[in-house]
Design a protein around this ligand. Structure first.
Ligand code: NAD
Ligand code: MG
Length: 392
């Protein structure tokens, strides 16, 4: 029986994880559930899954959660705050951590799970973008294993040999990250000036949280994934190519020295990656419909439009700059996307804010946790200042 901490339980990935867990009560148990502010939803999940511990990150809501659980006769213990998330990820109540908090808020619990030797199922790509080297160190020192949940990285993981330590030694030439192209694929820059949050969040193939939906629309999601692939698979930036594939059936590919290209295919449903990672190295039913090749009919591939969707190149540049640059990129993106979702920043200004923040906060080589947290805070302040001055 695997005891699973689902951190980010009320989100889109959290729901997919809990769906797979519920299908296999003989294998998996949701022992810890964590969420930010959605008390009602967290209480309902506790009533259904009966975890040992429920954590609400916003401490002001702890009492409300406690009262709701008591009223429903649910015996789950309650804790609050980011310290509680970190302690639970490292503590004895779980052996597996689904890192599904969105944004930098997930960094410390992800690191704590890795340091404690847990089986880390990583959806929280911002954590690896911010602190890739630290996460790898934590995994090494803890002796735990990371299986990626992000569909592209999960696909690459499946296409690589089991103990892939060194891409060159495995004969890997290139990683081909597929991208749907998002809701605005094929649009010209002028057509994007008046995009609303609702339009940006209407992804053609995937149903996801609002932040990652906007990231998909700007192609920053793919940029973050390039950085994620660099750290998770030890690939140099020049070894990672982005291929737009509008059907989202091929989740990514690995090209080998002999010319073979291995791909992982499936319907665009995150439960496949979650079932794979939860059961790994075994396979279990994910509740996902089988792939109907005749219905799909064709698979298309094209180059990304890097001039219109500038965030992709900003991410490559931050990866090449190294040090704190990816942390700054991620922080500026989080601030700009939040402002766009609030309706105070135009869609096209997201890339501008990120670019200006990268110029205003030069990369520092050191990547201790303190240095990264400082870079993250500095970049957030700088991005706010840039937005106030130029856009809001
Ligand atoms: P979401 O917005 O649906 O859910 C986010 C979850 O994080 C919620 O449970 C929320 O309560 C929690 N959370 C937010 N801020 C928090 C805080 N400060 N402290 C504690 N918890 C907090 O997002 P999502 O789409 O499920 O994405 C989650 C992560 O997975 C992101 O990093 C995203 O990039 C990644 N991811 C998502 C998908 C997808 O299909 N949704 C695919 C690949 C990767
Ligand atoms: Mg992805």
């Amino acid at each position: 029986m695997k005891n699973v901490a689902v951190l980010g339980a009320t989100g889109s990935i959290g729901a997919s994880a809990l769906d797979v867990i519920a299908r296999h009560p003989d294998r998996f148990r949701a022992s810890v559930l964590g969420a930010h502010r959605r008390v009602e939803e967290l209480a309902a999940l506790c009533a259904r899954f009966r975890p040992d511990l429920a954590i609400i990150a916003d401490a002001a809501l702890e009492r409300s959660l406690r009262e709701k659980l008591a009223a429903a006769g649910v015996p789950t213990r309650v804790a609050s705050g980011s310290d509680a998330l970190r302690e639970a990820a490292a503590g004895p109540l779980c052996d597996t951590v689904v890192a599904a908090i969105v944004g930098a808020a997930g960094l410390e619990s992800t690191l704590a799970g890795a340091r404690a030797g847990k089986h880390v199922l990583l959806a929280n790509k911002e954590a690896v973008v911010m602190a890739g080297a630290l996460l790898l160190d934590a995994l090494r020192s803890g002796g735990g294993r990371l299986v990626p949940i992000d569909s592209e990285h999960n696909a690459i993981f499946q296409c690589l040999p089991p103990e892939h330590r060194d891409l060159a030694a495995c004969g890997v030439r290139r990683i081909l990250l597929t991208a749907s192209g998002g809701p605005f694929r094929g649009k010209r820059r002028e057509e994007l000036a008046t995009i609303t949050p609702q339009q940006a969040c209407a992804h053609p193939n995937w149903v996801m949280g609002r932040k990652i939906s906007v990231d998909s629309a700007t192609l920053m999601n793919k940029g973050l994934e390039v950085i994620e692939a660099h750290w998770l698979f030890g690939a140099a930036p020049a070894q990672i190519d982005v291929v737009v594939h509008p059907q989202s059936i091929v989740h990514s590919m690995v090209e080998y020295a002999d010319g073979s290209v291995l791909a992982q295919l499936g319907n665009p449903d995150m439960r496949t990656a979650l079932a794979h990672a939860l059961a790994w190295p075994e396979r279990v039913d994910a509740g996902v419909a089988p792939l109907d090749m005749f219905k799909i009919g064709r698979l298309d591939f094209e180059a990304p439009d890097r001039a219109t969707f500038r965030c992709l190149d900003l991410a490559y540049a931050a990866l090449s700059a190294g040090g704190t640059a990816p942390t700054v990129l991620n922080a500026a993106n989080e601030i700009a996307v939040a402002a766009f979702l609030e309706g105070t920043l135009p869609f096209l200004a997201i890339a501008e804010v990120i670019e200006e923040t990268l110029t205003a906060v030069p990369a520092e080589p050191q990547t201790t946790l303190d240095a990264l947290i400082y870079a993250d805070l500095t970049a957030r302040r700088e991005a706010q200042r840039i937005m106030r001055r130029a856009f809001c």
